[in-house]
Design a binder for this molecule. Sequence first.
Ligand code: ZN
Length: 535
Amino acid sequence: MPHSVDQKAEALPSAEVEMAEAATDESANQGAAEDVDMTDATETQTSEATKSEAKELGAFEKGQERNGMASDTGGIKVEDLFDMDSDDEEFPSSAMPVKKEASDSPDLLPSSPSDAGPVQHSGSDPELLRTFYQRLFPWRYFFQWLNHSPQPTLDFEHRELSFMLSNDAVMRYQSYRTADLLRKDVLRLMPTRIEIGPVYSTNPRERKLLQNAGSFRPVSKELCFDIDLTDYDDIRTCCDKANICIKCWQFMTMAIKVINAALRDDFGFKHIMWVYSGRRGIHAWISDKSARTLDDSKRKVIAGYLEVIVGGAQSGKRVNLRRPLHPHLTRSIDLLKSHFQDDVLEAQDPWRSPERADKLLQMLPDTELREALKRKWDASPERSSELKWKDIDAVAKTVTSKNFDPKALLDAKQDIVLEYTYPRLDINVSKKLNHLLKSPFVIHPGTGRVCVPVDLRTFEDFDPLSVPTIQQLIHEIDAWKEPEVKSEKGVHDWEKTSLKPYIEYFRTHVNALMRDEKDVKVKRERDGEDNGDLW
Ligand SMILES: [Zn+2]
């Protein structure tokens, strides 16, 4: 059963999977030759939660139970590999990777203009895109984020990157040794979208040369989560489909709050980055080594732990939790109840119409209560959701039936709060090590917006509609005027634009990650040397 607390133990996997490091010879340093300026790395995670082992163990145990109930064929489907279905209606999900995916050689890809199926959106204008990749994309930090070090390592070199080209062809299994080599190839190929896959046991480009196909396997990748506002269409009233506004964006704010709390407090993860997908969703990337090295079964456990909303929009009451509530759910309700009042009852008014009010009634226990409420609401058809929610307790006091169970009503109300606020995860993205996910800082082809990281210090103020578009950024570079007092260091193009705070946040995140990674390595070396030493 979901969210039962259990004492049995299964620990988080050890973070100590050895990753072979690339030799750092002279030529290896071309992409990372500049010194890393660590002085600007302010720690963003000031309140690092103490890992509660008991909770963590319960978390895994619970997920294991769910895990056992699910059938897993073990086969890999292409649609499982891509985050195809989420935020880009421009890309027909069934057709995209399957038809043209087979080749990773650009020479073999369809290239005639007549083959260029998709409509050109402003966000994929080739000239704008070239300028963006040339002058604005944060290649160095992107490299360091995936490489975990300023010097090239196999974490980057064996990492699969996948490119979608302007003709919709997909090039899988691209890999690069350095940021510079990647940048050059991107400028040559001009992908409209870059996806990030796992680090493999061998270089992805050399996979076909291997004698034993089984020796090519994914070994690590960030743990990822994907949340999309289209999955809220049955509860948001302000927008639907690809449309969003600041009112329904609050569902994403709630999601970040709840998932972050669980990832930090229950699993002990620190290096969590949320990225706006450019239109109507968000992705989480967890870069802690202990997260990157999780195998599929543990990813599934964590996804199962965090999944509360089950079934489709037509499946009636979608939250039916066992009592007593798991501590994660008690905490989630605490975090969500003010949002339920402000962002759901007031802002969305989800039960104003009689049809929608019927949906609320169906989620409540006790026939007498339901009938009394229905009579009341039928008599005032325009009654707001806020008042209807208050009516439930008021009317419940008048119920005379002996079978009426106040505890069942309280439980149902808690379930409803969660159903209308708890994050709706696309857990397929989280379950598999080899799932590809759209990279941060690419341009959403439909909106032209950059997929920027969301600053966790101010995420409640994040407004997706104010995220800069590629057109705006290029204009900002052109409009930039040199200050009278020139900076000695020179000014990067991104510093001239409204992309600046997002890249600075990314840099801070990456520096904190590299610092931790370095500490782990130093500690490991020291532990090795100190064996048997008593000082
Ligand atoms: Zn909206």
